[in-house]
Design a binder for this molecule. Sequence first.
Ligand code: HDD
Length: 710
Amino acid sequence: MTKIGEDTGAKGAAQTFETQVGSGGELHQIAGPDDTVLTTQQGIPVADDQNTLKVGERGPALLEDFHFREKMFHFDHERIPERVVHARGFGVHGTFTLTESLEDYTVAKVLTEVGENTQMFVRFSTVAGNKGSPDLARDVRGFAAKFYTKEGNWDIVGNNIPVFFIQDAIKFPDLIHAAKQEPDRGFPQAQTAHDNFWDFISLTPESMHMVMWIMSDRTIPRSFRTIEGFGVHTFRLINAEGKGTYVKFHFKPKQGLQSVMWNEAVKLNGADPDFHRRDLWDAIDLDTPPEWDLGVQLFDDKFADSFEFDVLDATKIIPEEQIPVRKIGTFVLDAHVDNFFAETEQVAFCTQNVVPGIGFTNDPLLQGRNFSYLDTQLKRLGSPNFTHIPINQPKGCPVHNFQQDGHMAMRNPKGRVNYEPNSWERGENNPRESPTTGYKHFAAEENGRKAQVRSPSFADHYSQARQFFISQEPIEQKHIGDALVFELSKVERVDIREKMVGHLLNIDETLATVVADGLGLTKLPPKAKAAVEPRTDLPPSPALSIVARGPESFSGRKLGILVTDGASAALVKTLAEAVKAQGAVYEIIAPKIAGATLDDGTIAEAKQKIDGGPSILYDAVALVVSADGAKLLAEDKTAKDFVSDAFAHCKYIGYTDVALPFIERAGVQEKDMDEGFIPLGDKASAEGFLESCAKLRVWEREFKIDLDAA
Ligand code: HDD
């Protein structure tokens, strides 16, 4: 037994503790009464956090050890249920600033007070994978935004795709069951490439528009920073006169749109399963936080009545060419959470969180969501008091009501009165309704027969799928074909593959033929029966292409500079300056993590050893090697992969002339060295290289090197 210090730091109360010392006989010093002392949840200072209380050195443990019991009890209960969908997420704080008032359309202060800053929290996510699944799964990205407005919390629980798989919320559990792991085997994880998913889809023609989007590169984004966000549904704005205007919400990334290639995504999931979250974390750390414009498409009943499709159908878009997106403000996401669990895990988004001036429509998917989100928070967070958790508390306004008690209540009304009406004096603890500023539901007139029906106006399932497809650049169309072939090749049942091709025949015959060929079908299956004849007269909408709307510069992108001993110090410096001038970043990759000794004797410190820094981590690469270094790398499989992958992924590759033999040994012949290969030497060449990199990829290359090229 050892006696430990008299002053135990019990917040002023001097106590004496007796405790067993560790087997090494070390003595645990306790600091004075300050905030750095380890305590139990009850505030009792802990003297020994290494050994349980036992009888004798080798004896049994004692129940009396309250510190051990509390610690273990808490640990055993650390996990809460992960979200049934969108389990893997990444949250960040930000600020929204309004630049254009919508006062003609809404009374919502967040949309009318120009120049006002509104605090925000955004959680990005994938849908199907579990919490620990990789970031680059082919999947829809959730883009959920909480605006802490002066009039309460407003949530837009959106995705990076403006349409959805289903039209009625009653099919959501089936969709998600089919998409997630198959129930008997518990796999595949975070993938739609399996029988159950495509079986459900092949029997759900309304999902065909969404299928085009999920098979496009939208589902393998380069970064959270390079995705769009969509509120998806038609919502309603309500002005001071109670007049309603339909609205669709859009988030447009100032960074431009960008995706990776499928082969890259597959490799990224192994090399860095946290690729997207790390990217956003780094961008905030480097003080280059991403920004989005908040845009709205506004329209009235007249437009809705004349539009080709039903504006209440969440499987349809309104092309931007028909109703342009009006940018009304900007948000910047510039602050990390303090704690992942407290904020990112516990944040609770609900589609029904709207503020005065913003309302719903009868979209049957939205109506169902308004029930589901509140319901799920009770399961996940365990109490109706989930709104008391700091991340969910309104920050822009006070909260006063007579809701009380329940598990984990952090605030209860003070004083005697907890009901309404009452005869006590109105006050902070005795709040009253406010007919002037309170939320008023849109006074829509409704009347109809009670029935379980689907409106005939929802019956066109293929026309916009076709419109999306024909709006893509050739390389994007190729990727859609490749993705369908890949996914359906993982489907074991031939009849499901065939059924899918039958649907594609209603969308685009060439696409259907390419996919049928890729699957090795000997003849085209019959066309799927369409509820209404698909239209072929919808014009392409250029706004739907990622490639057409890429960034204008290399800003915010990352160059990988592969160096070896003896490489040119001047060139490394020049490249670094050119990268900086573009607002981009770079990483040095070297054969050893300590870095490389350059030709002037300076050391280029490496961020990555070559094995840990494959070229998939970079938007473009530069091979700044010496002749000896090139010889060495030419014998190294990983180094050769660095080059051959960058080539296969259509990236820009800068190189010193002595690197040529290395490039050749990596499998790239001189005849294959297209405009994406840029010789590096002087300052001008480095600057020219970085300017070319703004195009991000040399897409023509893919048509030359891919067997599947149409
Ligand atoms: Fe959902 C989570 C987006 C349809 C039911 N959904 C969730 C999240 C996003 C979306 C981004 C994650 C929020 C977060 O980060 O915490 N969901 C959508 C979009 C949809 C959609 C854009 C179609 C337009 N969802 C949808 C339907 C239902 C749900 C039709 C059910 C009727 N969604 C849920 C949920 C989740 C959820 C079960 C799981 C965790 C959560 O809500 O908080 O309630």
